[in-house]
Design a protein. Sequence first.
Length: 390
Amino acid sequence: MLFEMLRIIKTSLVLFLLIIGINHIILAFLIRSIYPIHLSGIQPLIFDLLQVNVQIPFFGVYIANLLNHLLIWLIGRRLFSPKQSLIPVLIFACSPWSIYLTVAQSFNIILLCFILMQILGIMYIRIKKISLGIVISTAGLILTLYSSLLLISIYLIILIMVIFNLINLRRIKLLLLIVLILCLPLVYSSIKNIIGIKNIYFNQVNIYSDPGLLAFVNKLQGESKKAHLGVISRIAENKYAYIGEYTILKISKNLTPATYFTAQEKLLGFSFSPPILVGFMIPFLYGLFFIISSMKLRNYFLLSTILIAPSILSKSPVNLNRLLLFEPVIVVISSYGLINLNQNRNKRIFLYLTILLVVLQLLVTVFDISQRDFFRYERYFGKGFEIGNQ
């Protein structure tokens, strides 16, 4: 039995390294195609508060990308069997989304690593590997809080887990105490630099900063007055009602499958490559059906949607750079669908169709990147190579 376990581990490790190799080939190809295009640098929150200019080098983003694959594999081993745990890694490794943002040196690649650490740590706590889980979760949570003002919402995830009894409070009491103590320097720096906190907040939370929103409301009210609608127009077309509608629209756009599996939202603002290859939409929808049908899995999915909050708080309707934090959720659901399609003989035709579509689109995407991406960038952004973060 021991030799069988060693054989499985060895086989899984070889396959994992093979997937990493595929990811590196695509990375190298994309670097060759769009270098030196990159996102404008964002540094961790604590450095902004201390007014120290420290830019994250490319190798930092590259290492975080490697760790993301490893963490997704380890999370997959908790969700699926050892053989099936490599499926989410493969989907993640072949998706243009994280590859583009790695090449563009997005800070969200690093933030994703910290969030995955927290998820893995909580999983270990739930299976009573409490010491290991606390270490991993604490490290991920502290690094997140010291890095991003937006991701304080991670605290909400833990709080909601406690409220819905998804995790025992006694098991994370020590974790919360350690986090509270380690966050004291951050709290002190924030109090000392309140103006800096406000500036960072208003730079990152700009969901309603578009002057066109209120201008559009005023235009509607003006037209209503001309039509002598009076009080009705003030009730139906006030700024609060319109902002509420706009918020609901943003949430729906950030959750619709078209955002993830088509080129409806352009990567880095110019590429026609889809965030995740469209062939994976079939297993995603199939997996989503099973997840929604299960009360327990449905609760976890609803809880995970808090990760779209950074994108919703941005100025654009969908910010794929910030929405990257939600990609592992899409990957896991797609993996769940693939596994169930493979186990159901009557539906294996959809599995073969998925493989065919993925291979064909991968070839088309590679050709499109090599022939058109750089020219599209110049058309959208001109001759400069830096793209501003939204």
